[in-house]
Write a protein that binds this ligand. Structure first.
Ligand SMILES: Nc1ncnc2c1ncn2[C@@H]1O[C@H](COP(=O)(O)OP(=O)(O)OP(=O)(O)O)[C@@H](O)[C@H]1O
Ligand SMILES: O=P(O)(O)OC[C@H]1O[C@H](OP(=O)(O)OP(=O)(O)O)[C@H](O)[C@@H]1O
Ligand SMILES: [Mg+2]
Length: 390
């Protein structure tokens, strides 16, 4: 008999050798109250009797919320599409990466589960890593700029009433209203970071009140003086008659790839998988906004053409131009009096680059989008190895 049970509902557990339908689930033979043996299937976790033996590497991705879709599309753009048969299924895989499971979780839970050893890697906002990680040394940010989810954790106060002329943190601190028995009340879901910030700033009379969502409504309700929340466009603050203040940004955030130091050091395959994910992420992110420009140019030698190209400030490319001879047949002879040059330029500088190419004799200019730029070695990989002491 096979049953799914909450961990609290079984008594005596003896791991059986059977591995259930996924490497993430294990079956156990349990002795029930009536003395009969029964098989139960439990997700593998740090509470799992065999968690240290877990062979498969686990990546946590946001199950819902504003980051979920962008995380999946980033991975897809890195040719790491997540295969999820049904949106309500919380375990999935990435066919390109064998030995990896994807677990969909809420962002906060991803950080908690990396710390507890239930996950090895995750993609979440930097704000969540800092708030839920609380400086835990086991958490390592492997890639700190995944290019989406940009926001800031910022203090905001009402535009009206006693705050009308208050526009900076210094002015907020100097307000005569705050006292030991009447502290500045700040509503936030980020009380760890808030406490740390205000302590560092030497703010004395402050009290954090914990709430999760729609905090912008609280000052008008009169239950708080200020809020500390994420801001990106500023629309929510504006619509609720609130304003940010000078020096009031606690943290700048965007999506990051985070890992457990312990997993990278101990779990077989975790470091290799992290390397591959990192390389693909970097190659894709580096290529965003960069285009390849190919042009033909008359010249006597590759060196002479290269010199002409390098004389122009917007044409140096990633590592200088590639110059190759274009062979043509003329009067029965093979000649190379034309050269093809290939450079990569930022999209924003494209038109300037084309003008500069023309000014030195370039013609037939072709422009195409770049998909990936793989460097010899990713700088973040070096940094990670050194952080791990490898
Ligand atoms: N306004 C915003 N603009 C850009 N990114 C944001 C914004 N608000 C939040 N984020 C980023 O998205 C992440 C997830 O936010 P989201 O609101 O989806 O989940 P959550 O509020 O942390 O989780 P839950 O709703 O499950 O409690 C945040 O941690 C932050 O990094
Ligand atoms: O500056 P803006 O672009 O207006 O964005 C800011 C809002 O976005 C986030 O909330 P979210 O939409 O995630 O809702 P939530 O409170 O349910 O998490 C954040 O908590 C702010 O309320
Ligand atoms: Mg939110």
């Amino acid at each position: 008999m096979t049953t799914f049970l909450e961990p609290s509902s079984f008594f005596q557990v003896r791991p059986s050798s059977v591995r259930a339908f996924s490497t993430s689930f294990r079956s156990y033979v349990v002795c029930c109250a009536n003395g009969n043996p029964s098989t139960v299937v439990l997700p593998g976790s740090s509470r799992d009797l065999e968690s240290h033996e877990r062979k498969v590497v686990r990546l946590g991705l946001p199950s819902k919320g504003r980051m979920a879709d962008e995380t999946l599309s980033l991975l897809k753009n890195c040719q790491l599409s997540v295969r999820q048969l049904n949106p309500r299924q919380y375990v999935a895989d990435i066919p390109q990466l064998s030995n990896l499971e994807v677990w969909f979780q809420r962002p906060k839970d991803i950080v908690h589960k990396i710390q507890s050893g239930d996950l090895d890697l995750g993609i979440v906002g930097f704000d969540t890593v800092c708030e839920c990680g609380q400086g835990n040394d086991d958490l390592i940010v492997v890639h700190e700029a995944l290019g989406f989810g940009a926001c800031r954790l910022s203090i905001a106060i009402p535009k009206y009433g006693i705050f009308e002329n208050v526009n900076s943190l210094g002015e907020l601190a100097k307000m005569p209203q705050w006292a030991k028995d009447r502290p500045l009340r700040i509503e936030t879901g980020f009380s760890y970071l808030g406490n740390k910030f205000f302590k560092e700033k030497g703010f004395e009379h402050v009290r954090f009140q914990r709430s999760e969502g729609a905090l912008e409504a609280y000052p008008a309700m009169g239950t708080t003086d200020a809020i500390l929340d994420l801001v990106s466009s500023g629309t929510t603050l504006r619509e609720n008659n609130l304003k940010e203040i000078e020096d009031g940004v606690v943290l700048e955030s965007q999506a990051v790839l985070v890992a457990s130091r312990r997993s990278l050091n101990m779990r077989k395959g975790a470091l290799e998988i992290t390397h591959e994910i990192l390389e693909r992420l970097e190659a894709h992110l580096r290529a965003i906004g960069v285009v390849t420009v190919v042009a033909n140019m008359r010249g006597n030698s590759a060196e002479e053409v290269a010199e002409r190209v390098l004389s122009q400030p917007s044409l140096s490319g990633l590592q200088g131009p590639t110059v190759s001879p274009v062979f043509r047949s003329r009067d029965g002879k093979v000649v190379a009096d034309f050269f093809a040059i290939v450079i990569c330029v930022p999209q924003k500088e494209l038109y300037k680059s084309v003008q500069q190419l023309r000014s030195i004799g370039g013609s037939g200019v072709l422009v195409s989008d770049l998909t990936y730029i793989f460097e010899e070695e990713t700088p973040r990989w070096r940094r990670l190895l050194s952080e791990l002491g490898l």
